[in-house]
Design a protein around this ligand. Structure first.
Ligand SMILES: O=C(CO)[C@@H](O)[C@H](O)COP(=O)(O)O
Ligand SMILES: [Co+2]
Length: 217
């Protein structure tokens, strides 16, 4: 069964605490927080103060996805804010190894993220040091986009490397995930599913968390 990471990008910001409680009660393992800088991606979302405000209201794993140019400069702020996992996009830094080192040295789980147009080979040199790999299944920047099926092959490639080398990182998917698209990803080796609009644009977010689980039983 896949772990579920509701993305609060699609939550109701005016009633954010209530939305977080709904997915927390439904047993979602992670809470996915999308940080966007208006440069690496066109949108701007939230910063470390937002993560800090959420930290005391839930025990869910705070899974922070940085869509930020040169993230190494701001990593300490997110570590201090109480993130449990911090993901950096390999395309956003000339120093992916250093960025992952900073995260790990801060006592936080380190994640490397790849865009749909980025091959797995780009991240092979750092796979030994990560706790999680995020395979973007849409181009980053917005919620509610359509899942790109060509990304499933990369999940399978990563799973193969994981088995061959004896690594134990999680493989997370993000973008256009619903109870249909999650199935092939799970079969290819995905262990964590981020879902924003599918969970929060529904009358009952808790039911949607359950549906993602049921689809991968
Ligand atoms: O990182 C991103 C978007 O860049 C995501 O985490 C979105 O929040 C996913 O939204 P849905 O595609 O599930 O609606
Ligand atoms: Co994300």
């Amino acid at each position: 069964m896949i772990k579920v990471a509701p993305s609060i990008l699609s939550a109701d910001y005016v009633n954010l605490q209530k939305d977080i409680e709904k997915v927390d009660k439904a047993g979602a393992e992670y809470l996915h927080i999308d940080v966007m800088d208006g440069t690496f991606v066109p949108s701007i979302s939230y910063g470390p103060g937002f993560v800090k405000a959420i930290r005391p209201i839930t025990n869910m794993t705070l899974d922070v996805h940085l869509m930020v140019e040169s993230p190494e400069h701001i990593l300490p702020m997110f570590i201090d804010a109480g993130a449990d996992i911090i993901g950096v996009q390999v395309e956003a830094t000339q120093h992916i190894h250093r960025a992952l080192q900073i995260i790990k040295n801060g006592g936080v789980k380190a994640e490397v993220v790849i865009n749909p147009g980025t091959p797995v080979a780009m991240i092979e040199p750092v796979l030994h040091m990560v706790d999680q790999v995020l395979v973007m299944t849409v181009n980053p920047g917005f919620g509610g986009q359509k899942f790109l099926p060509e990304t499933v092959e990369k999940i399978a490639q990563l799973n193969e490397i994981k088995k061959q080398k004896g690594y134990d990182f999680d493989i997370e998917i993000d973008g256009g995930v619903n109870n249909k698209t999650v199935v092939d990803c799970y079969k290819a080796g995905a262990t964590v599913a981020v879902a924003g609009s599918y969970v929060f644009n529904a009358d009952d977010p808790a039911e949607r968390v359950e549906e993602l689980r049921d689809a991968t039983k």
